[in-house]
Design a protein around this ligand. Structure first.
Ligand SMILES: [Zn+2]
Length: 133
């Protein structure tokens, strides 16, 4: 079996050359051409917030404003971990539901109609089958 010799002197020389380059190079100009990018952390919606497990997609009907408004076939994440049972709406749908709920409540108040119980969302089991396509 042949062994490959490592030329340590050559490696030391390359490292010294690299170090000399960076020691004598003004990096401030390089900083000027770079752009700072702000990355925002967002939670993965397909991961369970309770146990970290994988979520599966289902469809539900969301009943808002005391049954006055129904959003049909809305996406819902259901945790696959046995015994967890956690569910979560995608953030965009949750925010939409909250805004619609508020709008209906305000409209009813304007019309002088007593507003329904402020139950934000009632989730029904999927009439469409278990999983979204
Ligand atoms: Zn879970």
């Amino acid at each position: 079996m042949k062994t490959k010799r490592v030329d340590r002197e050559k490696i030391r020389s390359l490292i010294a050359e690299e170090a000399a380059y960076w020691d004598s190079t003004d990096t401030s100009e390089m900083m000027d051409i770079t752009q700072r990018v702000r990355l925002e952390w967002t939670a993965r919606e397909d991961r369970c917030k309770r146990c970290g497990g994988e979520m599966e997609k289902r469809q539900i009907d969301l009943h808002l404003a005391g049954e006055r408004l129904i959003l049909r076939g809305v996406l819902l994440y259901v945790c696959r971990t046995p015994g967890c049972g956690s569910t979560q709406l995608p953030l965009v749908i949750k925010e939409l539901a909250e805004r619609l709920e508020t709008l209906v409540q305000e409209t009813l108040a304007f019309q002088g109609i007593s507003s329904p119980e402020p139950v934000l969302v009632r989730e029904e089991p999927p009439p469409y089958g278990n999983q979204a396509p």
